[in-house]
Design a protein around this ligand. Structure first.
Ligand code: SF4
Ligand code: SF4
Length: 456
């Protein structure tokens, strides 16, 4: 049963965060955590998915537990998803296999609510070692999206779409199934377009040139793929990345957007001249509070002064949650500086040391309430419902081939080929991490530097 499921997951191209699902589930676990925390601020995809597909999520959970031998399931759902969680609990209790093994984690409304290592520590009541993974404490953490994908793969359905919430300065916030590789502007159109965009055209500068015309040197709005914290600014015509479940449109001059639009050199210069060394960024860092060896205030200082290398390499432990930046009284962006160092370390092939962690006793008091976070970032007005509204149609997609675990998949189709929806179009390198990428629509193929383009 286990190996048959793993083969189906591989053939369907199912991913579990930063690795293929068949690789993760080939490791035994005691506890299986279903992550439906909607951890990114403004995200709605998890709760919409659990409400609409409780049967499939329960089935995916059961299959994952059978494959790994896990004896206990833990549900980690956002408090706002309590109604949806009732439907999931009913599905689970209707199934004798899971009946006696389910714990509801009752996640509080804090940011970040989720995060695999945080949920694993809560579910097992064991600290995850610094630099470690949930597997170090006998847990697997799977998002509810992955659980749904597992149930679909078991039915022979390949992965071709992702569930995305479109929030912020749009007319009708919405959650939709999106074919891989659809341009972001098509998602925003599905949300009724940008509010007031007719009066303030997108990507048009308001700065007048000498002849009185306007020049395209600055955008009025910014698309944040992945959300205001932990996400990144992307061009409206960029294809959606396969691991994205949230797109937030903000005014370019808003605080949350400006942080993403400021060049790294400017962030660095500001930090070197104005960091007060107050340590407030470290005081709220979830990884520091979990007892991991990371202190963002020291990383910021290390960029200015010659602190030991071990300070800079601690950046490899950063999750990219962005709480440090929300907490900084000087308006600096320690998360962006830390992530820049983390990226350099990853490119150099650096792997953090695994060391025992001693969680701070005061950790629970330092967690940032989600509502306060939204107020500080001036995002509270966008914290609205985004009901699931079906699947977007596509006449052209460009399926990106970058893999979350590094490297790129290689196309297995050529220019001019006609493909059917669901047909493999690329394959990641051979070995354990080999995984196909499937066509989200039928059409003819053109290979581009951005990926595999398919046009109807
Ligand atoms: S919170 Fe800001 S000012 Fe304080 S130490 Fe961190 S980066 Fe420096
Ligand atoms: S982004 Fe900041 S708060 Fe979050 S883990 Fe990294 S250093 Fe810590």
């Amino acid at each position: 049963m286990g190996s048959a499921l793993l083969a189906k997951l591989r053939d369907a191209g199912v991913r579990a965060g930063r690795e293929p699902a068949h690789v993760l589930l080939s490791t035994p676990a005691e506890v299986m955590v279903a992550d439906g925390t909607d951890t990114a601020p403004l995200s709605r995809a998890d709760r919409e998915l659990v409400a609409r597909y409780p049967q499939d999520v329960a089935r995916g959970l059961k299959l994952a537990m059978q494959a790994t031998g896990a004896r206990r399931a833990v549900l980690a759902l956002a408090p706002e998803a309590r109604e949806a969680s009732g439907a999931l609990a009913r599905e689970i209790s209707a199934d004798g296999f899971l009946k006696f093994h389910v714990t509801d984690l009752k996640i509080a409304s804090h940011y970040p609510a989720g995060g695999a290592t945080h949920l694993a520590a809560l579910a097992t009541e064991r600290p995850v070692p610094s630099g470690g993974t949930p597997e170090d404490v006998g847990a697997h953490v799977l998002s509810v999206r992955t659980l749904l994908a597992i149930a679909e793969a078991d039915r022979g359905q390949p992965q071709t779409h992702q569930l995305v919430s479109i929030m912020g300065e749009v007319n009708r916030p919405v959650t939709v199934w999106v074919p891989y590789g659809l341009p972001l502007m098509r998602l925003v159109a599905a949300a009724g377009g940008i509010r007031g965009a007719a009066a303030r055209p997108l990507a048009r500068s308001r700065a007048a040139t000498a002849d009185g015309s306007t020049a395209g040197t600055a955008a009025d709005f910014v698309y944040l793929e992945g959300g205001p914290l932990g996400g990144q600014a992307a061009s409206p015509d960029a294809p959606l990345r396969p691991d994205t479940n949230l797109v937030v449109v903000l005014r370019a001059d808003s605080r949350a957007a400006a942080t993403h639009l400021t060049p790294l050199e400017v962030h660095t210069r500001r930090a070197l001249s104005t960091c007060e060394n107050c340590e407030q960024c470290t005081a709220v860092c979830p990884r520091f509070l979990a007892g991991w060896r990371i202190e963002p205030h020291r990383i910021v200082r290390a960029l200015a002064r010659a602190l030991p290398d071990e300070v800079l390499v601690s950046a490899a432990l950063c999750s990219g949650c962005g709480v440090c930046t929300v907490a900084c009284p000087a308006g600096l962006a320690p998360d962006i500086l830390t992530l820049a160092v983390r990226e350099q370390l990853a490119r150099a092939g650096f792997e953090p040391r695994i060391e025992p962690a001693r969680p701070r006793s005061y950790a629970a008091d330092r967690r940032l309430p989600r509502e306060r976070l939204l107020l500080r970032l001036d995002l509270a007005r966008y914290d609205v419902a985004a009901p699931l509204a079906g699947t977007l149609a596509a006449d052209r997609v460009v399926v990106p081939l970058e893999l979350p675990w590094g490297g790129k998949a290689s196309p297995v189709v050529r220019d001019g080929h006609r493909v059917k929806a669901g047909q493999p179009i690329a394959q990641s390198p051979a070995g354990d991490l080999a995984l196909p990428v499937h066509a989200p629509m039928a059409g003819s193929v053109r290979l581009s530097p951005l990926g595999v383009e398919i046009s109807a």
